[in-house]
Structures are given as structure tokens and as C-alpha cells.
Design a protein around this ligand. Structure first.
Ligand code: COI
Length: 358
């Protein structure tokens, strides 16, 4: 069997493409965790600095020392990417720019003093994880298999220092839309007392420690009926950075702008792709500081991310004042959403070589 689980091919969950993921309701996938069959694990000591051959194992709990670097000091990174069921003949499943995730993890690992898998190891592991869990890839048009690579300091350490051992792990879950609004426009609120990142910090890498600190702002916003939060820069409290889980774009008089990735902004792969697709369509795209004034004066606002894809923003509330933006069929965000997802699913020709068929 594909995953070397030593079960007979008929007992192993990776055996059949045709068998769907149990009793899952494909029409109502949100972004909840549906456990799948297999995860991929690979380990490395700090001394070696090189990951040894990884392997698939049954998805389940992992054992960690209470004194592991990740639990005690937050030495960890994560990634996110999606596999779609392919619409064309290239292969059965489509990945989108997985080597970009690998490189971003390497960059983050350098910042967090961790060894990281090579690009080849990373992409190979992603492919293995998708194939082993292929019965969980949603049918065309229903969603995607979300793939979550983790790199953690798993070895024990008491004094503050890099952990002596590292674990690279990938698990996957079928997902639909990220926000409860589905594909409908979202409503954001600008937060000016809690910041996501600061200059010299880790906002520009996908460390696990960037996420729990915004939960308070996010929960507060949700309790007030907002979808998510937009964070301001920590120095001037004037420039927009990003939302809790996605990058920000504004459109004004046909010109697109997004906060430049100057260290506090997560360099999103969807962000980068959307910039390129918008430029291909003839739009001027500026990567620069985006102020509150720019935002409230915009015609259109949208967010991008792997989980979020391209989410139109219908309103942003700042200091109690609600500002509204264009949404709907003839918007740039809608066009870009269609263009991007058509490439990702193999519905449109991939002229850029972004997709990887498996
Ligand atoms: C993603 O879009 O893949 C992310 O990593 C965001 C996460 C908070 C769901």
C-alpha cells in the first residue's frame, strides 16, 4: 500500500480514490477540523541540522516532552496550503505553489533558529500527505484539502536556547470557506490598542507565536458582530497591516494598493499571486504604506490568504464609524477570486506554472 502502513491494501484508507471521506457533508464544509487518516512526520537534531527521511503514520496525538522548546518558548512555525481535485487531465489533485510555502518555512526557520526541510523534502511530504488522505479531498467545487505543515522545537530545553531536536509534521483536513459568511462579503473592525506585530519582531514570518496574541481582539470583535479585525502598525497607529489571518488590499480609482512586506506583514502566497494576476490584467498595484485615510476612502477592499482565498470586505468600522465599500459581481476582488481559483482547480490554463499536479 502507498503509505507503507503494513496493512493490506484493502484495509488502508489510502486505497481508493473513489471512496469519499466517510459520512462527511461536503455541502457544509466550513473551516472546522475534520481529522483525516494520515500525517507525515520527519525529525532532525540541532546537531545534524538535516532532516532524515520522513514517513506517514496514522493521524493521532503526538508525544512531546513537557520541556520541549515549542511548548515552553514558542519555537514553532506553521504553513498552510490546499489541494484541489483537478478538473483537467494533468493529474488527480492540484497543489498551488507548494515550493513557496517551503521557502517561507525556511526563511522563518532561520529567524526562529531552527533547521528546516529542503524544498524537495517539503514538497515530497506534502504530496505524500495528500495522496494518503486523498479520500478526504472534497469533490470539485465543494472545497479543498487544507494541508498544515508544522515545524516545531520538539526536543527538551530548560534555559532559553534553541531546542536540541525538531519535528516537521504535516496533517490535513477537508475545508470549505474560512469565514462563516461563506463567500459573502465580510465586516471588519480596526483595532488600535492590540497590535499583531512590531518592527524587528516576527510579523513577517509564520511563527505560531503571531496568532494567539490576537485572539483577544478577534474574540472581542466577534462578540460585537464583526467578522475579523484589521491591525494597525504599532509605532504610528496609522497604517494598516493585515487582518488576523489574511492580507489586506484596497482599490481606489482603479489603482490597487497593499501594505508592503517590510517585516511586520506576512508575505502571503495568495497575496503575491493576486498582485501578479492584477498586474496581468493591467492594474497598477502599489506595495506601500496604506493609511487609515487610504482605507476609508477606498472604493473596494478585500483580503487574501490561503484559508480565506479572496474575501470581499463590505464594511470597515474605525473609531465607531462604519465605512462601506463596493462588493458584488463587477468588482476586482470577484474577478481575481475567479481567476485565481480557476487556476488552482485546473479550470483555467496555468500559464505561470504555479500548480503542481499529483
Ligand atoms: C492560512 O491562510 O493558511 C493561514 O495560515 C491562516 C490561518 C490562521 C488559518
Amino acid at each position: 500500500c502507498l503509505c507503507h502502513c503494513r496493512r493490506g491494501v484493502y484495509e488502508c484508507a489510502c486505497r481508493s480514490d473513489e471512496e469519499s471521506g466517510g459520512e462527511i457533508d461536503w455541502d457544509n464544509l466550513g473551516f472546522g477540523l475534520t481529522p483525516t487518516d494520515y500525517m507525515y512526520v520527519m525529525r532532525c537534531s540541532l546537531e545534524d541540522g538535516v532532516f532524515s527521511r520522513g514517513e506517514l503514520s496514522r493521524y493521532g496525538n503526538i508525544e512531546l516532552s513537557p520541556s520541549s522548546g515549542v511548548i515552553n518558548y514558542g519555537q514553532g512555525l506553521f504553513e498552510g496550503l490546499k489541494a484541489y481535485r483537478a478538473a483537467n487531465q494533468q493529474g488527480s489533485y492540484m497543489l498551488f505553489r507548494p515550493e513557496e510555502n517551503a521557502r517561507r518555512m525556511q526563511h522563518g526557520a532561520e529567524r526562529m533558529c531552527m533547521p528546516s526541510p529542503s524544498v524537495e523534502q517539503f514538497v515530497h511530504a506534502v504530496k505524500q500527505t495528500v495522496l494518503a488522505n486523498r479520500r478526504w479531498v472534497p469533490p470539485q467545487g465543494k472545497g479543498a484539502l487544507y494541508i498544515r505543515p508544522l515545524l516545531i522545537g520538539s526536543g527538551p530545553i530548560l534555559g532559553l536556547a534553541p531546542a536540541p531536536e525538531y519535528t516537521f509534521l504535516i496533517y490535513a483536513a477537508p475545508v470549505g470557506t474560512y469565514f462563516k459568511e461563506g463567500l459573502a462579503p465580510i465586516n471588519l473592525v480596526v483595532e488600535d490598542s492590540i497590535h499583531r506585530a512590531m518592527p524587528g519582531g516576527t510579523g513577517g514570518v509564520k511563527t505560531i507565536t503571531n496568532y494567539a496574541p490576537v485572539l483577544k481582539a478577534q474574540m472581542d470583535a466577534k462578540s460585537r458582530g464583526f467578522t475579523d479585525v484589521l491591525y494597525l502598525d504599532a509605532v504610528h497607529k496609522t497604517y494598516l497591516e493585515e487582518a488576523s489571518s489574511c492580507n489586506l488590499f484596497i482599490v481606489k480609482d482603479g489603482v490597487v494598493a497593499t501594505p508592503a512586506t517590510v517585516g511586520t506583514i506576512l508575505p502571503g502566497i495568495t497575496r503575491k499571486s493576486i498582485i501578479e494576476l492584477a498586474r496581468d490584467r493591467g492594474y497598477q498595484v502599489e506595495e506601500r504604506l496604506v493609511s487609515i485615510d487610504d482605507l476609508v476612502g477606498a472604493d473596494e477592499v478585500f483580503c487574501t490568504g490561503t484559508a480565506v482565498v479572496v474575501a470581499p470586505v463590505s464594511s470597515v468600522t474605525y473609531h465607531g464609524q462604519r465605512y462601506e465599500f463596493r462588493t458584488g459581481h463587477d468588482t476586482l476582488s470577484q474577478t481575481l477570486h475567479t481567476t485565481l481559483t480557476s487556476i488552482q482547480m485546473g479550470l483555467a490554463e496555468d500559464k505561470k506554472g504555479w500548480t503542481v499536479a499529483i
